[in-house]
Design a protein around this ligand. Structure first.
Ligand code: NOJ
Length: 496
């Protein structure tokens, strides 16, 4: 059988299976509105490598992964990663081949400002991103820039990291430089990627760099990140928006919390409470100017327990700057959990404090498929519910799906039928949200293009639709079955 027939057969098989298991309702055959954008999302530390080349400074992930003993299960790191610093042209060719029309990448702050401060600009860092941006544009692919995806320059960590208010000004200086250097060609900026996950795992569970375990640090960092975001948004408003005409927003991680027994009002109440807490520290202040009541009460309790010094509210002055500081909402969504009230506390979930503080019991339905990570279950309808929840609570913002993807084992091979089912299922539920529920989603980015460094999991799990052989110094890239599936969806703008 020719390779072509084999791929076609496998896709047909995956389509048949995904059409039968992917959602609560029947599969929807329809297309997205014209202009819908399709592409991929990634970040500097996960793919670039070249960790100490051409004048780059050290960041907290460099420090974290070089610890002895290594905190990463396979003892590997992002020193070389996918070597995209040298092979970005290969990545752009792959994007073009799959038919992406947008690509989100993050800037390595220490590649541009080795000390994190504006006093020393590294021209090689600016050049690298200029080359990438120009090549993307030459291939008809819109570059989307994330200013910060977790790799804080080490010298700024040495003064306390995000919990130190001084870092707000350093971030603003970095953003100002990025707007000046690249803003003539960038129409969409993401200030922070998943700050909720960054604060919880960086400062509370210690699973991510800098590896701290301190709830007070986590909460103060979260607060300073909201202020940093707003400061940069206002800077763009004042200085750049008129002539650059771009949009600025944030990408937030959110799963869906489903009441374990939807008929039980107590289950429904705790699920809603959980969602409010998850969106309460970042989105609520940015949209409405201050924390929601649930978050205020939670902070109040933690202050009483002397677990934090973080204030329960933003001041009036802060609030004025923060309120409305967004042009879109970026949503990173992967998974769904069941929730019910409980006197016991379950473990801390990815990106929030629900398990720790609420005494809510979190579980999953054993019938839900799972990939290579036990915190990611395959529940496509959870995405539709999340989108509707955002629409109803947050006044119908424009929503970009900035990450959605399936975790596989590195030896899973290139015939990744489960990933095909995952993307078809989730994209179809997004289609229902757009076409049947009127949710304003205008972009879908898959995480990720390449099998890359997966943070605290090293290379033991991958999300790529392109296989990267990390044992080969050349880091060759081979498209998987899922890239053919996305190629078709992108080309058809849905499911025809
Ligand atoms: C979170 C991060 O933004 C991204 O870097 C990571 O690969 C995925 N989600 C999966 O964990």
């Amino acid at each position: 059988m020719s390779i072509f027939c084999k791929v076609a057969n496998l896709i047909t098989f995956a389509i048949l299976v995904s059409n039968s298991v992917c959602g609560e309702d029947a599969f929807l055959y329809d297309v997205f509105p014209p202009g819908f954008q399709w592409g991929f999302s990634t970040s500097s530390y996960q793919i670039e490598g070249a960790w100490n080349e051409d004048g780059k400074g050290v960041n907290i992930w460099d420090t974290f992964v070089h610890r002895f003993p290594s905190p990463i299960p396979d003892k590997r790191n992002g020193d070389i990663a996918c070597d995209s610093y040298h092979k970005f042209d290969h990545d752009v060719s792959l994007l073009k081949y799959i038919g992406a029309n947008v690509y989100r990448f993050s800037l390595s702050w220490s590649r541009i400002l080795p000390t994190g401060r504006i006093d020393h600009i590294n021209p090689a860092g600016i050049q690298y991103y200029n080359n990438l941006i120009n090549l993307l544009l030459a291939n008809g692919i819109e570059p989307i820039v994330t200013l910060h995806q977790w790799d804080l320059p080490q010298p700024l960590m040495d003064i306390g990291g995000w919990q130190n208010e001084e870092v707000i000004q350093h971030f603003s200086n970095f953003a100002n430089l990025a707007f000046h250097a690249f803003g003539d060609r960038i129409r969409k900026w993401v200030t922070f990627n998943e700050p909720n996950v960054m604060c919880v795992h960086g400062y509370l569970t210690g699973k991510y760099a800098p590896g701290h375990k301190n709830i007070n640090e986590a909460l103060n960092s979260a607060r300073n990140i909201v202020k940093s975001h707003a400061k940069v948004y206002r800077l763009y408003d004042r200085v750049f928006r008129l002539h650059q005409g771009g949009k600025v927003g944030m990408a937030l991680f959110s799963y869906w919390l489903e009441p374990k027994d939807p008929q039980n009002p107590a289950h429904r109440k705790i699920a809603e409470y959980g969602m409010q807490i998850m969106w309460g520290s970042f989105a609520f202040p940015i949209v409405f100017g201050n924390y929601n009541d649930e978050t205020k009460q939670l902070l109040g309790k933690l202050r009483k327990l002397k677990l934090t010094s973080a204030p329960v509210e933003f001041t009036l002055e802060e609030s004025v700057e923060i309120k409305g500081s967004y042009d879109f909402w970026g949503l990173n969504h992967y998974s769904t959990y069941l929730v019910e009230p409980s006197k016991l506390t379950s473990s801390i979930l990815h990106g929030d404090l629900i398990g720790l503080v609420l005494g809510a019991k979190i579980s999953v339905d054993p019938k839900w498929p799972q990939g290579a990570r036990n915190d990611i279950t395959v529940v496509p309808w959870g995405l539709r519910k999340t989108l509707n929840w955002i629409k109803e609570r947050y006044g119908s913002p424009e929503i970009y799906i900035m990450e959605n993807g399936y975790p596989d084992y590195p030896n899973a091979g290139v015939e990744d039928v489960s990933r095909v089912q995952f993307h078809r299922g989730y994209i179809n539920e997004m289609l229902k949200a757009v076409r049947l529920d009127g949710v304003g989603v205008t972009m879908y980015l898959a995480c990720g293009l390449l099998d890359s460094f997966e943070w605290s999991l090293g290379y033991t799990v991958n999300f790529g639709v392109v296989y990267v052989n990390h044992s080969d110094p050349e880091r060759p890239r081979t498209p998987k079955l899922s890239s053919a599936c996305l190629q078709q969806i992108f080309a058809e703008n849905g499911f025809t």
